[in-house]
Write a protein of this length. Structure first.
Length: 235
């Protein structure tokens, strides 16, 4: 039964390091990955491909319900899944600022969120799932065995993003990044449907002053403790 398959929910604001932690944890445990943010990005892209308006809720929900999408594992920690939409590799296209902007327009729509419920649950496969998003522990997998809420100050997240983009020689301005991160937080936390917030039983980790290895060590010890407790209970 699907309920017996452990889910580890990793929620938090954009730029908090959820993607890397999800990948490392899934690789360590041999679990599957659900990148739920990618689903909203895919819906935005599919809407563009099919000339569906980004605020046309019923049409978007129908499109989301019938998505022809495949996730193929890769060995690349920066892009652990290759994403195929209607037969085309859209992995790179989904990481652009345009895709992020389109995703943030479709994500608040209740019918769109509902229509990918079954797709999200279909990722729950043996031996387990690490699910990355905003509402994994609060809405989609309320029975997750471990719920992590990973956060960091907006300043720290802007600085990390700045360094990533600078390394790639992409011209960026730290203040602009900070403002766009703040605006995204505001949109994610204040929306009416599935707002970003820690689940009541979440383990909250503030990574502002931690590096990725320190965060991973904290996450792993919380996960191992819970998984061991569940195993004991099942005998
Ligand atoms: O994590 P991300 O940047 O790929 O997310 C893209 C958008 O989707 C962002 O606006 C937040 C939204 N999102 C959401 O509403 N619920 C999720 N579970 C994951 C992402």
């Amino acid at each position: 039964m699907a309920e017996e398959i452990p889910v580890i929910a990793i929620d938090g604001p954009g730029g908090s390091g959820k993607g890397v932690i999800t990948y490392k944890l899934a690789a360590h445990l041999g679990f599957h990955i659900l990148d739920s943010g990618a689903l909203y990005r895919i819906i935005g892209l599919a809407a563009r491909n099919h000339s569906v308006e980004l605020d046309g809720e019923p049409a978007l929900a129908e499109l989301a319900r019938t998505l022809d999408v495949r996730f193929e594992p890769t060995q690349d920690p920066e892009a652990p899944l290759r994403i195929m939409l209607e037969g085309a590799d859209v992995t790179k296209a989904l990481r652009t600022d345009d895709a992020a902007r389109d995703a943030s327009r479709v994500a608040p729509l209740a019918k769109v969120r509902e229509s990918i419920g079954a797709l999200q649950h279909s990722f729950r496969q043996f031996p387990g799932l690490v699910a990355d998003g905003r509402d994994m522990g609060t809405v989609v997998f309320t029975d997750a065995v471990v719920k992590i809420y990973l956060t960091a100050s907006a300043e720290a997240r802007a600085e990390r993003r700045y360094n990533q983009l600078k390394d790639k020689d992409i011209g960026v301005n730290l203040h602009d990044l900070f403002e766009s991160i703040q605006a995204r937080d505001e949109r994610d936390m204040k929306r009416a449907v599935a707002p970003l917030k820690p689940a009541q039983d979440a383990y909250v980790i503030d990574s502002t002053a931690l590096d990725i290895d320190q965060v991973f060590a904290l996450v792993l010890s919380a996960v191992q403790e819970k998984l061991a407790a569940v195993k004991d209970k099942l005998g």
